[in-house]
Design a protein around this ligand. Sequence first.
Ligand SMILES: Cc1cc2nc3c(=O)[nH]c(=O)nc-3n(C[C@H](O)[C@H](O)[C@H](O)COP(=O)(O)OP(=O)(O)OC[C@H]3O[C@@H](n4cnc5c(N)ncnc54)[C@H](O)[C@@H]3O)c2cc1C
Length: 300
Amino acid sequence: MSAFEASLTARFGARVRRGQPLAELTSFRIGGPADFAIEVEDERELADALAIASRHQVPALCLGTGTNILISDRGVRGLVLRLGSGFKEIQVNGCRLKAGAAAPFGEVVALAVAHGLAGLEYGEGIPGSVGGALIMNAGAFGGELAPVVSSVRGAHHDGRLVTLDGREIHFSYRQTALPPGFVVAAVEFNLRPADREALRAKVSELKAKRAARQPQGVPNAGSIFRNPPGNFAGRLLEACGLKGECIGGAAFSRQHANFIVNLGGARAADVRALMDLACQKVEQQTGIRLEPEVKLVGEW
Ligand SMILES: Cc1cc2nc3c(=O)[nH]c(=O)nc-3n(C[C@H](O)[C@H](O)[C@H](O)COP(=O)(O)OP(=O)(O)OC[C@H]3O[C@@H](n4cnc5c(N)ncnc54)[C@H](O)[C@@H]3O)c2cc1C
């Protein structure tokens, strides 16, 4: 047993998982195992797990609900952290909504609307956790998380717990600049009072738009590529004939070219090969270099 494993086991006992399969923890249903995995239940446990990994120079990765992630077939070396039910609380106080990082983002959107609070309705239908939404600066239909983030509670890679002021965090398109290895524990949003019925109508409209545009009922990880400035990745992929293109068990969706779907038994290598093929074709035909939106993690 390594010194790292011994320390982790001394702190968390039988809760430490070795060789934990990760595919089922992702919306793609793809990927190999984690060397070690642990679900932490409160900030103290989060800080301790990070401190142990940091002390032993073992990489730690926090996984949300795995809806924007492609895990390699060989899996993840080091420690995979998940946030347990202690990070799921949502509180509303006037225009302030505070949510634990493991709370489903959809629940936060619904609760804001139910309280007549505007600023998150674009998020209807975005799967994933609050922590994942913060890290990705999740957005859709012209809205994004950034403008309503008031503060972020979390831990540095070595386990130091801090609260960051939202105004000091740099957000950009599907990106949030946080220190490397920072784990989000909770997010506070500053929302605006608004007419509840108008918010409900907006949410219903966005729900219908999403249902019409996106593949339903097949494992995927949302948009595979970021939209290049002034363009849409889906439009470029479609124009280059990639809709329906397939490698192994992975295929570009026929419904939306910027989605890769797992038709059954797809490997991460299939998805990666399809992404490489698409990048090559799009660059050859348009001169535009596509960049992944999905996070590629693990040992490739
Ligand atoms: C069908 C479908 C539709 C989608 N539509 C949209 C859309 O319209 N707009 C959009 O923006 N996204 C969309 N996505 C992508 C995805 O849902 C979002 O990016 C979501 O916010 C990711 O949250 P998650 O908890 O699943 O994060 P994960 O996929 O688990 O992780 C994403 C990244 O965040 C990190 N991370 C997660 N939690 C934490 C934490 N607590 N602390 C530190 N790091 C963390 C992970 O390490 C990883 O780097 C869609 C995905 C699917 C499958």
